[in-house]
Write a protein that binds this ligand. Sequence first.
Ligand code: FES
Length: 158
Amino acid sequence: MAEQKEVPEVNMEQLDRIIAGYRGQKWVLIPLLEEIQHLAGYIPPESIPRIASALGLFPSQVQGVITFYAQLYTEPRGKNIVRVCRGTACHVRGGKTILKLVKQHLGIEEGETTSDMEYTLETIACIGVCALAPNLVINKDTHGNMNPKKVARLFSGR
Ligand code: FES
């Protein structure tokens, strides 16, 4: 059986107040979505029909914008975002193995979040520090010259 995630609760009343502040203004969809994501950590799917109705849009239009912008999410994410570089330089210097090891340590696949909501695992295109390949980024910190020992150290206790 799949492990239950400790998903943080979303205060829908608070979201409704934010949505109401944007009512009737068609061109404010992205700032509204960003504000909701800032508050809740993601855009709860149940807020989409409310947003659409307040702005005079179809829910499919709101969903379309969320899908288009990679930085908008409809699922809760972990406290720490781990991004393994999948650029060419990192790839040829063992990036694939680093990704495999991170997956093993965290027990999740790419695009998933650990059940304790601590980590979300993603991959990223070249982050511009190819000389230090292979690289991974945890939140805003880049970790270069990664190897199995460093991965183990970064995720010790997992
Ligand atoms: S390819 Fe990974 S930093 Fe450039």
